[in-house]
Design a protein around this ligand. Structure first.
Ligand code: 5GP
Ligand code: ZN
Length: 136
């Protein structure tokens, strides 16, 4: 993809602070970090969303995300980390090249991903379960 900033990073046409690289993916520092040590893990292949990733890519990205999680806990002394991945504009995805955010978390950092909702009605849970089970 010609105008994709993440493809440019993969090709070395744009600079990035690369943390680790595998055959199918790379991890690099987010230049607008929501917390110190915010890392993005992406496939080298240009795909927009999670559903387009191959099993091989998913597996490697999962392993790298885990490795980054370990590294931020050990290297940055954070108290935890969040793994966030957005699909589509409605979910807040801005860069249309699939990416996983590893966000170091610090006690009291008040970085809430979303507010907790009200308790669901039994009937709603049942109908949602039925709707999902048809497709898994
Ligand atoms: P999204 O909102 O699409 O889930 O996340 C896109 C992420 O890419 C944001 O966290 C943003 O800070 C990061 N980002 C945008 N442009 C660049 C860039 O040129 N270099 C790097 N390293 N990160 C970027
Ligand atoms: Zn791309």
């Amino acid at each position: 993809m010609e105008n994709c900033i993440f493809c440019k990073i993969v090709k070395g046409e744009m600079p990035a602070f690369k943390v680790v690289e595998g055959p199918h993916s790379i991890a690099f520092l987010d230049i607008f970090p929501v917390s110190k040590g915010h890392v993005l893990v992406i496939p080298k292949r240009h795909v927009k969303q999670l559903l387009e990733l191959s099993e091989e890519e998913l597996l490697e990205i999962g392993k790298i995300a885990q490795k980054i999680g370990k590294a931020v806990l050990a290297g940055l002394n954070c108290d935890g980390f969040s793994l966030v991945q957005r699909n589509g504009v409605a979910a807040g995805q801005i860069v249309p090249h699939v990416h996983f955010h590893v966000v170091p978390r610090f006690k009291g950092d008040s970085l809430s991903v979303w507010p907790s909702g009200p308790k669901a009605e039994q009937g709603e849970l049942e109908s949602v379960l039925l709707a999902l089970k048809k497709f898994v």
